[in-house]
Structure formats: structure tokens, C-alpha cells
Design a protein around this ligand. Structure first.
Ligand SMILES: Cc1cc2nc3c(=O)[nH]c(=O)nc-3n(C[C@H](O)[C@H](O)[C@H](O)COP(=O)(O)OP(=O)(O)OC[C@H]3O[C@@H](n4cnc5c(N)ncnc54)[C@H](O)[C@@H]3O)c2cc1C
Length: 358
């Protein structure tokens, strides 16, 4: 049997990060394909509620490192507890997943380097499948691998989606951006029989080379577009920064709504970076995503393609966005958006289904 599918949890103030729950949901699918258990490594202090949450999200085994020194993320301390534990296993995990967050980007490469294994960063899709390596300079790599981690991410100048495999050594590792996968349905009760293993903690003097003086978490006025139900996003088709007001007017027709932006208009200074959706911006999955004057480049698409309903407004009928939007309106944003606002206001509704855009 293949090794475990292991999710390394992230926490802030002892609360599990959403990305961890998302990875447990996706990790479960991989574990079922492999016939392996889904496990979760929980590190922090006073982690009872966090352990509860990861079990309710699907973890079948938990490795727990609970220590006052681990309350805040510290690179060397976290690395120590993970590697001490994993290097004692007879069989390493088959798959190891972490969020593509500041913590994940710092910690995952250290784990990969220790195991001399590969790591696919910023993955947007995961799967398990076979692979046959038939040629290459290194003859030791030739062979048939029935159970590889397929980790896909935009690549090659960001214009292609590349599937990256590294079946030669376990753990096969990937980091995944928050919001890429849906959170699993949480169990209401903790299932019986989930093993919680308390891992040994043996910090070394060298782990104290870095000290945390202060943690600043909240930035005043910080915008979080990922929490909105409706995103009205604008692109270069708005023509100028003034067009952003049109987006705001349309967004105002909906509850829990926000405006968003393509990178092109962020680069132009029409909107600021916290509003950017896409590969180098935020990954969002609102109930409704209205893309106004956005062409639908892959780098934008990967950040919003999991939205429940995508509506695209573009004057070019051949714009790539129409190939994956659920509803498309071919027209000028300066005609279509005011018409949508008018009808939404007249009908006193926020239901797009009731609109007719001529
Ligand atoms: C490494 C890398 C990372 C990137 N990361 C991101 C990212 O995170 N997010 C992102 O968005 N992009 C990203 N990009 C950029 C991306 O490749 C595209 O260049 C960008 O998304 C295009 O933005 P756009 O759709 O606003 O502009 P354009 O591609 O110029 O599209 C404008 C669209 O508006 C339409 N239009 C024009 N006038 C009107 C009108 N009056 N009414 C209606 N429609 C109109 C046009 O037909 C066109 O389809 C990245 C690129 C690279 C190389």
C-alpha cells in the first residue's frame, strides 16, 4: 500500500486556516484513490479545537506537536518537529500537501530538500495516476509508476497548464493556493477511532537562531475580496480608471459584494493590488463573478474559474472568457452595465436571472 496522504496544517491563534480544511477535502480524494489514510500534522499550542476541526474535515490520523514554543509559526522549530517525526517513519508519506501561503512557501521547500524530493508550487489541480518513464539520461529513473501525484499549475511563461510529476521519491509534494479547492462538508460529530499521535519535541540550540520580536497581523483597511458572494471585476476593456465607478455601481446592487480587477488594470494603477484576481492575485470562488471587459487570460482564469456562476461582458465575441463563462453578453461595458443596474434597480432585485440585456 502507498504511504499516507499528509496535510501539514496551518494555524493562527490556534485556529486552523481555511486552506488546511480545503486541502483535507482534496487530500481525501487522493487518499481514496491510493487506498491510503488521510493524515494531518497539527503544530501549535493549545490545539484541541484545531485537532477537532481537522478530524471533522476528514483527517483519519493526526500527528500533534503541541508546545508553547510552537504557538507562532517559526521556521526552524516547525521544521524540527516535522522532520524529526517523518524521518522516523519506515515509509514516508506518499503525498505531502501544504498551503501556498507565506508559511507553506517557507516550510515546504525545507521538507522537500531534506527528503531530496520534488515540490510543485502553486498547484491548481491534483490527481493520482500512472506514469511510464521510458527514456532519459538517467537510466535509474526508467520504469512504470502506477501511483503518481499529478500536480498541475500554470507554467511556461504562464501560458500553459503543466502537469508535473515526480514519482521517483516520496513524499511527492505540492503547495496549493488558498481558495483553489472547496472546503469539505464538516462532520457534525467526531468519528470514533481517529488516532492522535503526540509527536516527540526535541528542539536544538540551532533552532533558536531566529527570534520573533513582534507579529503584526491586521493591516488597517485591509480588503478581503475572497469573502464576497458577488465580485464585479473589471479589465482593460473599462478603458480608463473612471470605469471602476461603473463596477462599484453594479456591485452596489448586490449584498456582500465587492469589485475586483485583472492584473492589467492593477499594473496601470486603475485599481490596487488587493483587488487583483488571478495567478499572482487572489483566488476567489464567489457565488457570482461578473467579468467586465476582461479577456480571460489563463492567469486570470485560474483565480476565478471555480466561481459558481461566471457572467462575462465583452464586446469581442471571440474573447477567450466566453469559452468558460456560464453566461456571456457580447457588448460594450458602457452600454451593458448601466442597463443591468437600471433593471436591477427598477425591479428592486439582485437576481440576475430576471434581467434582459438588449
Ligand atoms: C506571470 C504572469 C502572471 C500574471 N498574473 C495575472 C493575474 O494574477 N491576474 C490577471 O488578471 N492577469 C495576470 N497576468 C496577465 C494576463 O496574462 C493578462 O495580460 C491580463 O489578465 C489581461 O487583462 P485584461 O483582460 O484586463 O486585458 P486584455 O487582455 O487587454 O482584455 C481586455 C478585454 O476587454 C475587451 N473590451 C475592450 N473594450 C471593451 C468595451 N468597451 N466593452 C467590453 N469589452 C471590451 C476586449 O475585447 C478584451 O477582451 C499575468 C501574466 C503573467 C505573465
Amino acid at each position: 500500500m502507498a504511504g499516507e496522504v499528509l496535510v501539514v496544517a496551518e494555524q493562527v491563534n490556534s485556529q486552523v486556516a481555511n486552506v488546511t480544511l480545503e486541502l483535507l477535502g482534496e487530500g481525501k480524494k487522493l487518499a481514496r484513490k491510493l487506498g491510503s489514510p488521510l493524515s494531518c500534522f497539527v503544530i501549535g499550542h493549545n490545539m484541541e479545537a484545531a485537532v477537532d476541526a481537522v478530524i471533522k474535515a476528514g483527517a483519519e490520523k493526526v500527528y500533534l506537536a503541541d508546545h508553547a514554543e510552537l504557538a507562532e509559526y517559526k521556521t526552524l522549530h516547525y521544521r524540527r518537529v516535522i522532520l524529526d517525526e517523518l524521518s522516523s517513519w519506515a515509509t514516508p508519506p506518499h503525498t505531502l500537501l501544504m498551503g501556498s501561503t507565506t508559511t507553506g512557501r517557507d516550510l515546504a521547500p525545507r521538507i522537500a530538500a531534506f527528503f531530496e524530493t520534488g515540490l510543485t508550487a502553486d498547484t491548481i489541480e491534483l490527481d493520482i495516476g500512472p506514469y511510464e518513464h521510458t527514456s532519459g539520461i538517467d537510466q535509474t529513473k526508467i520504469g512504470y509508476f502506477p501511483e503518481c501525484l499529478y500536480a498541475s499549475r500554470p507554467s511556461f511563461g504562464e501560458s500553459l497548464k503543466a502537469r508535473i510529476l515526480g514519482p521517483w521519491k516520496d513524499p511527492q509534494m505540492a503547495t496549493i493556493r488558498p481558495g483553489v479547492f472547496a472546503k469539505p462538508e464538516m462532520l457534525t460529530e467526531k468519528p470514533e477511532g481517529v488516532e492522535i499521535k503526540k509527536v516527540a519535541i526535541n528542539f536544538q540550540p540551532s533552532d533558536y537562531r531566529i527570534t520573533i520580536k513582534e507579529t503584526l497581523r491586521e493591516i488597517e483597511g485591509k480588503i478581503d475580496i475572497t469573502a464576497a458572494d458577488v465580485i464585479v471585476a473589471g479589465g482593460y476593456g473599462l478603458g480608463s480608471a473612471d470605469g471602476v465607478n461603473l463596477l462599484k455601481d453594479l456591485a452596489a446592487c448586490f449584498e456582500n459584494s465587492v469589485v475586483g480587477a485583472s492584473r492589467k488594470i492593477v499594473d496601470l494603477g486603475w485599481m490596487t493590488y488587493p483587488y487583483q484576481v488571478g495567478q499572482t492575485g487572489k483566488t476567489v470562488r464567489p457565488k457570482i463573478y461578473i467579468a467586465c471587459g476582461i479577456s480571460g487570460a489563463l492567469q486570470h482564469r485560474v483565480g476565478m474559474q471555480k466561481s459558481e456562476l461566471i457572467i462575462a461582458i465583452n464586446r469581442d465575441p471571440d474573447a477567450p472568457i466566453f469559452s468558460f463563462a456560464d453566461q456571456g453578453i457580447v457588448g460594450d461595458v458602457y452600454h451593458v452595465i448601466p442597463e443591468m443596474i437600471k433593471q436591477l434597480q427598477e425591479k428592486n432585485t439582485s437576481k440576475l436571472a430576471e434581467l434582459k440585456v438588449k
